[in-house]
Design a protein around this ligand. Structure first.
Ligand code: PEP
Ligand code: MN
Length: 341
């Protein structure tokens, strides 16, 4: 249970609340959120209910654990949050273009990708060096060498770097070098990893699980936020559907819903959401006008030779074409996109 305290709670009321909880053998932890102090009940052996606590003096309200994405919700944080990293803002008025290959493969490939992202007005260079592949026989990523290649390409072009962290074991290595830590779909409910990311100071891009509800998605974000890291960016990347003709199904209504449910920025990844390069640009344009805060795209200079996710990679010239479309479309929905940024 989470107890939200009233802003004007007196020391006497705090004391009385503590006595009330202790008398019922509850264990508690105190936390600060942007707009209010919280008391989190971590052990509740006598089954105390939110109704029993809500009426107490100095308590604004109490909610059960299942409804508990209090840090992610707009309730305590009504304004949309803006995540800032290396001069890049995510959320707010400026629309973010983040792009790069699925996997870091070589210096030459990353140089071509970085130049393409920069030319298209992108601000973040993505690319995995630790890859979560469905088959153990598929390319697993270049590891530490990939991180170094990625960092150098991002720096050469003045881009921020985003790289996936698969495991708590890799967190120090990836966290030391990248600017944004990506948590993939398959790891959305890797709770030990999420807890460890709560102790990091770098922003985390959290992708929606293949079959996760929005509530599960926001509770996963809550792990990171409640652990003390305020910089979480959500990413819709398609969910599993019954129809095998597309890799996933892009849940665009979710962008609108999530923006109501949470203050966190929401990006859309139309590459993994469709799995087919022909569909990426139309879905990217749709995502931009439905209220997403930015796009995460896979681009490759030679998709036919890509070591992972080639069929969904767009070409550098397609990325450039998309950026012209974004510059024309985004002002219609009150956002800006500057190619020269
Ligand atoms: C990726 O971004 O390359 C990736 C593996 O994405 P997802 O976790 O959405 O499948
Ligand atoms: Mn990929």
């Amino acid at each position: 249970m989470i107890i939200v305290l009233e802003p004007g709670i007196t020391p006497e009321q705090r004391g009385a609340l503590g006595d009330f909880l202790r008398a019922r053998n509850a264990d508690v932890r105190e936390e600060r959120a942007a707009q209010a102090d919280l008391v989190v009940v971590t052990a509740n052996p006598e089954g105390l209910t939110p109704e029993q606590v809500s009426g107490l003096a100095g308590v604004s309200r109490a909610v059960s654990d299942g409804q508990g994405f209090i840090h992610a919700s707009r309730e305590l944080h009504p304004e949309a949050s803006v995540v800032r990293v290396k001069g890049v803002t995510v959320g707010g008025e400026a629309f973010l273009l983040a792009a790069g290959p699925c996997a870091v493969e070589s210096k030459a490939q990353m140089e071509l990708c970085a130049a393409a992202v920069k030319a298209a007005g992108g601000r973040v260079l993505r690319g995995g060096s630790f890859k979560p592949r469905t088959s153990p026989y598929s390319f697993q990523g270049l590891g530490a060498e990939g991180l170094r290649i990625h960092r150098a390409a991002a720096d050469r072009h003045g881009l921020a770097m985003m790289s996936e962290v698969l495991d708590r074991e890799d967190l120090n290595q990836v966290g030391e070098i990248t600017d944004i830590l990506q948590v993939g779909s398959r790891n959305m409910q890797n709770f030990p990893l999420l807890k460890a990311l709560g102790r990091q100071s770098k922003p985390v891009l959290l992708k929606r699980g293949l079959a996760a509800t929005r509530e599960e998605f926001l509770l996963a974000a809550e792990y990171i936020l409640s652990g003390g890291n305020p910089s979480v960016i959500l990413c819709e990347r398609g969910i599993r559907s019954f129809d095998p003709s597309l890799r996933n199904s892009l849940d665009l209504a979710s962008v609108v819903l999530l923006k109501e449910m949470t203050h966190l920025p929401v990006l859309v990844d139309p590459s993994h959401a469709t799995g087919q390069h022909r569909l990426v640009l139309p879905m990217a344009r749709a995502a931009a006008v439905c209220g997403a805060d930015g796009l995460l795209l896979e681009v490759h200079p030679e998709p036919g030779k890509a070591l992972s996710d080639g069929p969904q990679a767009i070409l550098p010239e397609e990325l450039l074409r998309l950026s012209a479309d974004l510059a024309a479309l985004l002002p219609v929905v009150g956002r800006s996109f500057e190619v020269s940024a």
